[in-house]
Each structure stands twice: as C-alpha cells, then as structure tokens.
Design a protein around this ligand. Structure first.
Ligand code: FES
Length: 149
C-alpha cells in the first residue's frame, strides 16, 4: 500500500491569501459605505457643493405665484416662496431631524418625506412629530430681486 501525503500550502502562501482577502473585504466595505453615504448626505441636504456661501439673488419675475424656488445658502437648502401674501424664505431643513421639506403647490403645504411633518405656507406646523416651525431666513428685496445674504 502506498500512502499519499498531502502537504498544506506553505505558511507564506496562506498569509498572502489571508492578506489579499482582508484587503478585498476592506475595499468592498469602503466602497459600500461610500455608495450609501453619498445619496443619504445629498438627501439630507448636507453641504456637498462648492460656493455655498454666496448670496442668493432671485428676480421676483422668475417666481411663479404659489411655486417654491430652492437654493443653497451657507451650506443648507433654503426655499423661497412667493404667493398672493408676498414672499417668504425658510430653511428647507425640517426641525424634527433635518430632512429637506418639499413644497406641494397642489395643497400649498410643505411636506417632510422622512416622518410626515406638514407645514403651512408660513412654515407653521400643521401636523407631524414636530413642534417647531420652519426656520425663517432673513431676506430683502432690492430692485425687484430677492436677496438672501
Ligand atoms: S425629519 Fe421631518 S418629520 Fe422627521
């Protein structure tokens, strides 16, 4: 009878494979985290653009009545609303946990997509898990242009 022997791989080969596997798993983990983090950061309105500290200037003539205009100011989304009652500017950040609210011209309300908070056209709470109004952003109107600076 002949007995065959099966030698395990040399130690340096096993260490090399183990290191390679660790690098692959680490790389995949970083890629997965980045794939999830970027859209989440974008959705939550975190500052991800350059030049966010510039003043915002929007001509009144470009604002359709009852429509909202979104812009970025000091690293956050703001929303400029113009209707028959005049112009108002709010932070688009929901005071609950910071998701950006969406203006709905159909019902003239701001809706938070995260937990369902609803605000009226003056930023006051209508319903939802929040007690604070949308934060007002100071602005001025000069020569027919809304300026947030
Ligand atoms: S973040 Fe808007 S309701 Fe929760």
């Amino acid at each position: 009878m002949s007995e065959t022997t099966h030698d395990p791989a040399p130690t340096h080969d096993r260490d090399g494979r183990r290191t390679f596997c660790k690098l692959c798993i680490g790389g995949l983990s970083v890629a997965s985290a980045a794939t999830v983090a970027y859209p989440v950061a974008s959705f939550l309105g975190m500052p991800i653009t350059v030049g966010a500290n510039k003043p915002v200037a929007v001509p009144l003539s470009s604002l359709a009545p009852g429509q909202a205009h979104y812009a970025e100011f000091q690293g956050q989304q703001i929303v400029i609303l113009s209707d028959e009652e005049g112009q108002r500017v709010f932070s688009a950040s929901c005071p609950h946990l910071g998701c950006n609210v969406m203006w709905s011209p159909a019902d003239a309300l701001f809706h938070c997509p995260c937990h369902g908070a609803v605000f009226n056209s003056h930023g006051q709470v209508v319903s939802g898990p929040v007690s604070a109004s949308l934060k007002k952003v100071p602005f001025e109107v000069k020569n027919g242009v809304i300026i947030v600076s």
